[in-house]
Design a protein around this ligand. Structure first.
Ligand code: AMP
Ligand code: GLY
Length: 425
């Protein structure tokens, strides 16, 4: 099979690394990719949202399967674009269609969907400019902290946890009146704060059947001890100790099956990943969010634990034959630590020379995120630069290996969290 992966982060390098190991894979391309993906496949300089050029590339290169890594092309309708074109519709495409992608593209859609399908989630209401006075009233009646969410995609910055009513009111004004996130914050979901522990589940579905991938926990904040600004994710661990068989069973009955049934009820033909962000409060798991893609850096710990042929799994998904598929998952623990550019998640500089990533210990997989190759040198090219994954018998051993690797890779301004996974043990 000739495969095109869409995206350019650590998640896409992990996809490329895993798919390249499949005997079913002939040629592998990544649009746009990074310096890491260039080592396992061929990078293609086409933006994930340039559907016309991606289509031409697929025809010219005889692509059999497209795997969409990031959410933006899904929310913009890449799947519908391919399915509605006679010369493209036979290409297998792994990703939600535009309607399904609303689970991530609109928080209001996701909340309505959860409520309609009795999926446990935080109590909330959605407001617009027209109903802003009601929003203020709603804030007055909620206990603090209060969570405000821009309805649309906001590059991971659209959720604010306000610690006072005054901060909540100010955030409401910024989102709705000052259009802080443009159209994305013309609607705002206001919801109660849930105090618990987060974990992410990953489902791959062909629309009817599903397989559950290994769970993961990520670390979103920039500072140690979960302090400071939110990032895309600073590290991840899989498995998560409190996710027992019983926990999974309950999540399947209360969340996963109702989610898939809900999609079918809406006639949404969903063929791809669903990332379910949970908040566990006591004995109850609440859905914080759906994403219509894999997590990053969660993918960098999930895929190394999958022992089955991943391309065969994706092929079965596209053919709607997941019902016959079982996954072989390693009992080993995987951890990853993300090295980021100094200043991230605020302003940072690109183009710093990366050293030491070429000769890391054998038990480390270096998944590139924001990197690029220049004159056979590897340079930083993004806020999140490289994820150092280790697979070991225990999470403690894996963490020690990831931390050791983090010391061995150098670039100007390098920063990483040294406390990834420590809260779990
Ligand atoms: P979301 O994009 O909805 O997952 O929100 C991003 C992050 O905000 C989550 O990973 C949580 O850490 C936090 N968050 C979102 N909703 C809530 C909530 N209702 N209660 C507490 N924390 C939340
Ligand atoms: N690491 C969180 C995400 O991918 O959304």
């Amino acid at each position: 099979m000739n495969v095109l992966i869409i995206g350019s982060g650590g998640r896409e390098h992990a996809f490329a690394w895993k798919i390249a190991q499949s005997s079913l894979c002939d040629n592998l391309y990544i649009a746009t990719g990074n310096a890491g993906t260039a080592r396992v496949g061929t990078n293609v300089a086409i933006k994930p949202t340039d559907f016309e050029r991606l289509a031409t590339f697929c025809e010219d290169s005889d692509i059999d399967m497209v795997v969409v890594g990031n959410e933006e092309p899904l929310v913009k309708g890449i799947v519908d674009f391919f399915k509605n074109d006679n010369s493209l519709k036979n290409i297998k495409i792994i990703g939600a269609n535009q309607q399904g992608a609303q689970l991530e593209g609109s928080k209001d859609f996701a909340k309505n969907f959860m409520n309609k399908n009795n999926i446990p989630t935080a109590k909330s209401e959605t407001f617009t400019k027209e109903t802003i006075e009601k929003a203020k009233q709603y804030i007055e009646n909620l206990a603090t902290p209060i969570v405000l969410k821009a309805d649309g995609l906001a590059a991971g910055k659209g959720v604010v946890i306000a610690h006072s009513k005054q901060e909540a009111l100010q955030t409401l004004n910024e989102m709705i009146l000052d259009e802080k996130f443009g159209e994305a914050s013309s609607k705002v979901v206001i919801e109660e704060f849930l105090d618990g522990i987060e974990v992410s589940l990953f489902v791959l579905t062909d629309g009817k059947n599903y397989v559950l991938l290994p769970e993961a926990k990520d670390y979103k904040q920039i500072g140690e001890g979960n302090t400071g600004l939110n990032t895309g994710g600073m590290g991840a661990v899989s498995p998560v100790p409190f996710v027992t068989e019983e926990f999974i069973k309950s999540a399947e009955e209360k969340i996963i099956k109702p989610t898939l049934q809900g999609l079918q009820n809406e006639n949404i033909d969903y063929c791809g990943f669903i990332f379910i962000g949970l908040m566990v409060v006591g004995d109850t798991s609440y859905v914080l969010e759906y994403n219509v893609r894999m997590g990053d850096p969660e993918t960098e710990v999930v895929l190394p634990r999958i022992e089955s042929d991943f391309l065969a799994l994706l092929d079965a998904t596209a053919k709607k034959e997941l019902g016959n598929h079982t996954l072989k998952i390693s009992k080993k623990a995987a951890t990853t630590i993300m090295l980021v550019s100094g200043g991230y998640p605020e302003a940072y500089e690109n183009g710093k020379l990366i050293k030491g990533h070429g000769n890391l210990p054998k038990n480390i997989i270096a998944f590139h995120a924001g990197t690029k190759e220049d004159d056979s040198q590897t340079l930083t090219n993004g806020g999140r630069v490289i994820a150092l994954t280790a697979l070991a018998e225990t999470a403690q051993e894996a963490l020690a290996a990831s931390n050791h690797a983090a010391e061995l890779v150098h670039f100007d301004g390098k920063y990483y969290r040294k406390d990834i996974g420590k809260d779990l043990f």
